[in-house]
Design a protein around this ligand. Structure first.
Ligand SMILES: [Zn+2]
Length: 440
């Protein structure tokens, strides 16, 4: 079998399933040989076994985890012994934030970088970006993939990209107006900051007057909350889309929302092979709509740090496997949360993201909350601490109404404790919503 001439299949997100399968199979033959020859990490993990020729049999191999990668980079710094290409072929290095441990060093070869841009562009194109758009990229450019590499994926859509980074919001507003910018790429919480600056410095302007037609957001899954998305779209007059879901250890962006559905389109079937597993046991789950499981990914084509059966830690719900109204043929899914954030209440799985969705329905709350777990469980109620908005006082009636709504929407009982404005800690970046206390 000859190597594929290109590390991707043209418009794979629109390709018939049979063409994708053929491409996947061909890529995997090359990739499994490449791994056997060049990845000491996987030779060790597989105990000398060779990876199976058919992707359907992949579950016979053990999964790899972030803990494994971290250990590998500790013993073989800086890229770990899962670096399968010569170090001098690495053209770009990113680092993860390290919020949950030591930062990981992410290495890309020229071919990896090109592939990353092409696939990421598919996700952003699904969300409506393309030639004719002028997009301002407002994520910081320091080390992580969301800055520079996201910039390359935006460019690969054919749009004009303006690198802004973070800070100096007043200058951003002027830049958007002066350059007639039509789209913004930023975190879901940034528009609120811009609104504040407009109110302060541009008394004759409303957010809608900036002329933005498209808002591309990633990071925290705030857009999965319909109330939040609606408010954003009404205030700004743009379409708000989660346009860059990805797993930085694997691929920068590989899923985005289209105009037809709030689900995420998986757009990388030609370079990634996805599986779902049961997070506790690691057992492979059937790939069919309605399945909830941890997303496990295998690179079908990767030079620098190829991974096989990598546990992403993200719990996803597979929502659709048939062709979407937008024409894309690849699977759709929703992110439920992180496997380490999953709480089991009377046998039901609950994620902080779902709790956030319920709480944003209450205008008297600030939206900040914590789930404080005592002991190891099992839990028969969800203990929620919810913070009041700045001018609101806690009442027993409100606490009851919130508990009732959690019961109605999530199916679990809750014990709601309302706390005053500003009493819960704020952190930059991802906030830990689950706090585990040692004992009762
Ligand atoms: Zn679609």
């Amino acid at each position: 079998m000859t190597a594929p001439s290109r590390p991707w299949l043209e418009d794979a997100d629109f390709a018939p399933p049979a063409a994708i399968e053929r491409h996947q199979h061909a890529c995997w033959q090359r990739q499994r040989r490449y791994l056997t020859e060049h990845s000491p990490f996987f030779r060790r993990l597989w105990g000398g076994r060779t990876p199976p020729p058919h992707l359907a049999d992949l579950a016979a191999l053990p999964c790899s985890t972030k803990v494994d990668l971290r250990a590998s980079q500790t013993t073989a710094p800086p890229f770990g012994d899962y670096l399968a290409a010569a170090p001098e072929t690495v053209v770009r290095v990113h680092r993860t934030s390290g919020t949950t441990g030591t930062p990981l060093n992410l290495a890309l070869s020229a071919r990896d970088a090109q592939q990353t841009a092409i696939i990421g562009a598919r996700a952003q194109r699904a969300s409506g970006l393309g030639p004719g758009h002028r997009v301002v990229h407002c994520l910081h450019y320091q080390l992580w993939m969301g800055g520079y590499t996201d910039h390359t994926t935006l460019e690969a859509t054919g749009a004009t990209v303006v690198p802004f980074g973070v800070g100096d919001t007043e200058r951003l507003v002027r830049t958007i107006l002066d350059l007639a910018i039509t789209a913004i790429s930023c975190t879901p919480s940034y528009p609120a900051v811009i609104e504040h600056v407009i109110g302060d410095r541009f008394p004759n302007l409303a957010p809608r007057d900036l002329g933005l037609r498209l808002g591309l957001f990633g990071g925290e899954a705030a857009l999965d909350n319909p109330g939040f998305r609606e408010r954003l779209e009404q205030t700004w007059g743009f379409a708000a889309r989660n346009a860059n879901y990805g797993v930085s250890d694997v691929l920068c962006n590989f899923a985005g929302q289209c105009d037809e559905s709030a689900d995420l389109h998986f757009v990388a079937p030609d370079v990634l092979y996805p599986e779902l597993i049961e997070p506790e046991s690691g057992t492979a789950l059937p790939w069919r709509a309605g399945t909830v499981g941890e997303l496990v990914l295998t690179h079908l084509e990767r030079e620098s740090q190829p991974l096989v059966r990598f546990r992403t830690g993200d719990i996803v719900l597979l929502t659709g496997l048939t062709r979407c109204a937008c024409g894309r043929t690849t699977p759709r899914f929703r992110v439920r949360g992180r496997s380490d954030d999953m709480i089991v209440v009377r046998g039901l799985n609950v994620f902080p993201l779902q709790v956030a969705g319920v709480l944003t329905g209450f205008a008297a709350l600030s939206g900040e909350f914590r789930i404080v777990l005592r002991g190891l469980g099992p839990y028969d109620r969800l203990p929620v601490q919810a913070e009041m908005a700045s001018d609101q006082m806690p009442t027993a009636a409100l606490a009851r109404a919130i508990a009732d709504e959690i019961q109605r929407q999530l199916g679990v009982g809750a014990r709601v404790n309302l706390v005053p404005w500003r009493s819960l800690p704020r952190t930059a970046g991802k906030t830990a919503h689950v706090v585990r206390e040692e004992d009762a």
